[in-house]
Design a protein. Structure first.
Length: 422
């Protein structure tokens, strides 16, 4: 058995036997300012049952985060998320669990804030500033400069408007959204109306692949996005957004709120003109939800992914060529999410996704147990449904020849995750 599974259980047992109130590592406040330093440690282990001939892969992920927030007077602040990560995998292809949990490098993140001690495909040791930005409050204008998370979504499952480091629909743990290098300007136009402008740096992807050189910022790969938000009645908020991304112009909007006091509604979408392509690419997502008196919450979602492919036979070629298909491969998707608070300490959430292009499905379940005031233990299971990866023998080597379906090619997964906070 993977040793990390034993470590997760041992740490959870220790936290359960010695519960204590959560407190900051350092907490100080004076007339001139305040400082708070916290920490988070995460240990995860996963078994992935891949299709033959790849077999079972064992993955381990360990991370330690130093979280800081400081204020000088009423106008100046600083936020920090410094993250040390260790990953390992038994897969020959070197697929790392850490890459799904923490974003290092990327089109909008400079590697100048990262330090990599190991480039072994079966394991990596990384130090990264996942969040490092200064804040300036000059009401009615707020400024944020540096590496920071940007969330443009109003929906929760499929989020086509969240164009910077988005979460997948089946991602349950979303406390630490990866940051990007950006300037954010918020302007309070009225009591319930806000205008936000983001300028996000883009980097040369060729530089990211060069271990001996830092990726240089490129103005042509950078983005400028504006978003205006206002209230429409007492229970509905609407937004409009648009701008220039690295390779496209886009305009769209979203809404979120409640109808008839019992039905939650969220929607978002945009149209984009991609460089080098003719015509408009459309992305639309709609979600409806209801929370019952017994704490059961049901959410249904529908997603039209205009940038997706019409035929599963094109999947593998698109991935090999590095085509940008927006995180999902098909055109039409449905989702069903059900959450339930079993007790004050234990909750469960399930998400089922269907790709109607293949067709294929993915069912995920997430059990979260509060071990103590400052520690959680999570168990995640993933079950794919659909045609799997097709392979062939070429000169004695197994190579993929086609993806039978998007979700059917995902490995069956069981993961244990222990998290503790200080």
């Amino acid at each position: 058995m993977n040793k990390a599974w034993v470590w997760c259980a041992a740490l959870a047992a220790a936290a359960l036997l010695h519960p204590r109130p959560a407190s900051a590592l350092i907490e100080a406040e004076t007339d001139k300012g305040a400082l708070e330093l916290r920490a988070n440690a995460q240990l995860a282990a996963a078994f992935l049952d891949n299709a033959e001939p790849f077999g079972v892969d064992e993955q381990t992920f360990m991370a330690f985060r130093l979280l800081g927030e400081a204020f000088w007077g009423e106008h100046v602040g600083l936020e920090l998320n410094l993250t040390q990560v260790w990953t390992s995998t038994t897969a020959a292809q070197g697929v790392s669990l850490g890459s799904a949990l923490v974003g290092f490098g990327g089109a909008n993140r400079s590697d100048a804030l990262s330090l990599r001690w190991s480039n072994d495909p079966r394991g990596a040791v990384l130090l990264d500033a996942d969040r490092l930005f200064v804040k300036l409050n000059l009401y009615p204008v707020d400024l944020r400069l540096g590496r920071q998370p940007i969330n443009l979504a109003t929906t929760l499952l499929f989020t086509p408007n969240d164009v910077f480091e988005p979460f997948l629909a089946q991602t349950f743990f979303r406390e630490f959204k990866p940051g990007v290098d950006a300037l954010r300007v918020d302007v309070q136009l009225a009591q319930e109306a806000t205008l936000t402008v983001y300028g996000v740096l883009g980097y040369d992807p060729k530089g990211l692949a060069d271990d001996d050189a830092l990726a240089a910022p490129r103005l042509g790969r950078s983005s400028v996005v504006g978003k205006a938000t206002t209230a429409l009645g007492p229970h509905l908020e609407v937004s409009a957004l648009g701008g220039r991304l690295a390779d496209r112009w886009f305009v769209g909007g979203g809404l979120q709120g409640a109808l008839w006091d019992w039905l939650g509604v969220r929607a978002e979408g945009h149209g984009a003109f991609v460089d080098g392509r003719q015509g408009l690419t459309t992305e639309l997502a709609l979600e409806l939800d209801h929370r019952f008196d017994n704490t059961v919450t049901v959410t249904v979602g529908q997603f039209y992914h205009g940038a997706g492919l019409k035929d599963e036979g094109d999947y593998l070629a698109a991935l090999v060529q590095g085509r940008d298909v927006g995180g999902y491969l098909g055109r039409h998707y449905s989702a069903l999410s059900v959450g339930y608070e079993i007790s004050a300490l234990l909750s469960v959430q399930t998400v089922g996704l269907v790709n109607w292009t293949d067709p294929s499905a993915l069912v995920s379940a997430y059990f979260l147990y509060s071990v103590s005031d400052e520690s959680d233990l999570a168990l995640t299971g993933v079950l794919p449904v659909g045609r799997g990866l097709e392979t062939a023998q070429v000169l004695g080597t197994t190579v993929p020849t086609a993806l039978g379906s998007e979700f059917g090619s995902v490995p069956r997964t069981l993961a244990l995750d222990f998290r503790v906070y200080w």
